[in-house]
Design a protein around this ligand. Structure first.
Ligand SMILES: [Zn+2]
Length: 267
């Protein structure tokens, strides 16, 4: 999740692929509408819409929240959500709440931070940015989520890993997600990942008490206000973009299937 020396090389490759936030959001909007989603504009950031997309399933289905692009130098997550909606996998297994690109100005520049140099993923407590303010304003009108998945990338690791926030000890989806990711590439096996000890290969269970965290990332805000089960998924930025997109799409789809199975057993 942090900056690193290998980043410059990687960014050159990413920039070559012309990352235009407005066209990505336009494409996502078209695909989402075709799949039955409702577009909910949250704000306009530097000429690019910041939007959420919702679709309510009939009957009792899990409520799933997905977000991507809070860090502008992590292009695979928004593309993974685009792939999922385009391929019809955000289907009636769930009621969906999707925010595909949280940091349009960072995405356009290929920077982690927004155009004002602020890391949005540290801005969910004492909010300073338009993006996070608009996001939270929208979130306040949403119900609780049965699962939240925040999609990210990491320049410093060689393999996929995830953070789990599961304060109530609900059935964990971590192994299922890691198994899905493993079919696309390696799992990070370092004992310390992103400065935190790993619980098992590829699995970090960070301090999840919001009161003990100074700068809130999105996941801690969600844990405080919206969900008792969330995962932050991280693909290694050095892997090919197509592989990272496929890994994230597969991880999301697998997590949903497993959650839906648990959900139908308990409800
Ligand atoms: Zn990130």
């Amino acid at each position: 999740m942090k900056e690193s020396a290998s980043k410059k090389q990687g960014m050159a490759a990413v920039k070559a692929s012309a990352l235009d936030p407005a066209s990505l959001v336009r494409e996502f909007t078209a695909q989402a509408r075709a799949a039955g989603f409702r577009a909910e504009p949250l704000a306009e950031i530097d000429g690019c819409p910041l939007a959420a997309f919702t679709k309510r399933a009939r009957g009792r289905r899990p409520r799933i929240y997905l977000s991507a692009g809070v860090h502008g130098d992590e292009p695979a997550p928004p593309h993974a959500l685009l792939d999922l909606v385009r391929s019809g996998l955000l289907d009636d297994r769930a009621t969906w709440f999707v925010v595909p690109l949280l940091n349009p100005t960072g995405f356009a520049r290929g920077t982690r931070e927004n155009a004002d140099g602020i890391d949005l993923n540290r801005d969910y407590k004492d909010v300073r940015t338009h993006e996070v303010r608009a996001h939270i304003r929208w979130l306040r009108h949403q119900p609780n989520f049965d699962l939240a998945l925040c999609l990210h990338e990491d320049w410093e690791t060689k393999g996929f890993y995830l953070y789990e926030l599961n304060p109530d000890g609900r059935p964990s989806l971590a192994e299922t997600i890691l198994d899905a990711a493993r079919t696309h590439g390696p799992i990070e096996d370092a004992e310390v990942i992103d400065g935190r000890p790993s619980h098992a290969p590829g699995l970090i269970r960070p301090v999840d008490d919001p009161l003990m965290r100074e700068n809130w990332p999105e996941a801690i805000y969600l844990r405080a206000h919206h969900t008792t089960l969330s995962y932050t998924l991280e693909t290694p930025s050095g892997a090919p973009l197509a592989q990272r997109v496929a890994t994230l799409a597969s991880a999301v789809d697998t997590a949903l299937s497993e959650l839906a199975r648990n959900f139908s057993r308990t409800s």
